[in-house]
Ligand binder design. Structure first.
Ligand code: B12
Ligand code: SF4
Ligand code: SF4
Length: 388
């Protein structure tokens, strides 16, 4: 019989050991979900894609996303171990934006070392532990880039409930949590899923700057600022308006959540933020080279889209602050940068700043006839028309 080994183990005792070992594994919450298909999620994902609300970053194959069996070569997944690691929400010595030294904001989930690396390390520790006890174990680990919905797994495993802001919220730890899981062929008993505890609160929906939370637990990712900061290329005026000085990600719908009040976890050295990187000065980012970007942001989760979106967002941030001291750097970016989205954003920012030297720079650029890209030409004309 293929699965004769199952009866050789005391699964109840093994699960208890697994759960009580969480500190040794370096994780903060752990739970077990059964591996049945996620039927409710299937419908929800189909609807999400049909509405055009998906982000484009997630796995598109809904079968793979909702059928844990497909994750294992044997096709017989029996349990999914869900883990959560809590991250800091406050900077101990936050640098301040000052006139001529304005700063941008990196979302908390991208502070410290890239969580993919940290969670993979923890998942590997659990895998090694399991295999040392059950050599027949078949295990596939996932974090973020895996096919399953990390949140749907965590909810089913009782790690937390699914909030109206879409986040998994632990009543004891809040939602500043990274999630990951191990799909296994091990017949652990499942924990009890956690039910919604938002009650009548709607703070996150009310606070979302773009109305991206179209309903409780329903996100139009296309208008979510977190996605917008990560898009490549030129942003439209609405997108520019909403990102403000955010360089990567958006935390608004979690900051306002009552379950996050007082939640600030400093439990993992790797996740400790460098305040100067969590709130970087904007001006040096305008012309940040690839090498400097790799040195500064390369180990963080904000690096995966490359340096152009962060540079573009920094320029937009300077436009929002109307930083007159940035005009020379912005002018250089508008005239010389090889990337269209950087030149376009520089034009927009100079238009917002609107001082005499900013306007002169725009006029000279238009008159030079050197700008060969339509979208930048349009931005130049629009900026000058607005300044008039
Ligand atoms: C694509 C993606 C995004 C997209 C879309 C986000 C979204 N809400 O779907 C964008 C780029 C916008 C994004 C942003 C963020 N993300 Co993201 N993202 C993902 C990714 C890769 C897939 C998410 C997905 O499939 N969404 C599709 C929706 C439909 O499903 P879901 O949210 O996964 O599942 C829930 C719903 O389906 C709901 N549901 C199912 N059936 C039903 C039925 C009813 C009636 C209801 C009401 C709900 C409901 O319950 C499920 C569990 O909560 C996951 C990693 C992964 N592989 O899962 C990370 C992940 C969700 N992201 C994460 C984080 C941290 C963020 C940000 C906070 C980052 C930031 N600071 O900017 C924001 C938060 C934005 C928000 N309000 O959700 C964490 C969430 C951790 C947590 N505590 O919940 C994840 C799990 C990554 C990780 N491994 O830690 N993200
Ligand atoms: S991350 Fe920001 S834009 Fe996206 S849903 Fe939350 S508050 Fe709205
Ligand atoms: S802000 Fe309120 S509604 Fe939104 S997730 Fe938190 S408790 Fe739920």
């Amino acid at each position: 019989m293929k699965d004769h080994w199952i009866s050789n183990y005391d699964w109840f005792a093994l699960k208890n050991q697994l759960l009580s070992n969480l500190r040794e594994f370096g994780v903060d919450l752990i739970g077990v979900a059964d591996a049945r298909p996620f039927t409710e999620l299937r419908e929800r994902l189909n609807q999400w894609h049909d509405n055009g609300w998906a982000s484009g970053f997630e796995e598109r194959d809904v079968d793979l996303r909702t059928e844990p069996n497909r994750a294992l070569e044997s096709g017989s997944a029996r349990s999914i171990i869900s883990i959560a690691i809590a991250y800091p929400s406050k900077l101990l010595n936050p640098p301040k934006s000052e006139l001529g030294a304005y700063r941008g904001v990196i979302a908390r989930s991208a502070w410290g070392e890239d969580y993919h690396t940290v969670l993979r390390d923890r998942l590997q520790r659990i895998r090694t532990w399991l295999i040392s006890r059950v050599p027949e174990a078949e295990i596939v680990s996932m974090v973020d880039t895996g096919v399953l919905s990390d949140r749907a797994v965590a909810e089913r495993a009782g790690i937390g409930f699914s909030g109206k802001n879409c986040s998994i919220i632990s009543p004891s730890m809040g939602s500043w949590l990274y999630l990951g899981e191990l799909v296994t062929n091990l017949p652990f008993e499942a924990d009890i899923p956690m039910l919604d505890q938002c009650g009548t609160c709607t703070k996150c929906i009310d606070a979302c700057p773009t109305g991206a939370l179209v309903g409780p637990g329903q996100l139009n990712a296309q208008t979510c600022i977190s996605l917008i900061t990560q898009l490549k290329g030129v942003l439209d005026d609405d997108q520019k308006k909403h990102i403000g000085n955010r360089l990567y990600g958006c935390d608004t719908c979690q900051v306002v959540c009552p379950y996050n009040k007082g939640m600030d976890w400093h439990l993992h050295q790797e996740l400790e933020p460098d305040p100067a990187l969590a709130k970087p000065l904007l001006k040096p980012l305008i012309s940040m080279s690839q090498r400097v970007f790799r040195d500064q942001f390369g180990r963080t989760a904000a690096a995966w889209r490359g340096n152009a979106p962060i540079r573009r967002n920094a320029i937009i941030g300077l436009g929002h602050f109307r930083d007159v001291t940035a005009v020379p750097e912005l002018t250089r970016a508008m005239n010389e940068d090889a990337r269209v989205e950087i030149r376009e954003a520089a034009v927009w920012a100079l238009g917002r700043i609107g001082t005499d030297d900013a306007r002169d720079a725009l006029v000279n650029r238009l008159a030079s006839n050197l700008e060969g890209t339509e979208v930048v030409m349009k931005a130049l004309q629009q900026a000058l028309a607005t300044l008039k």
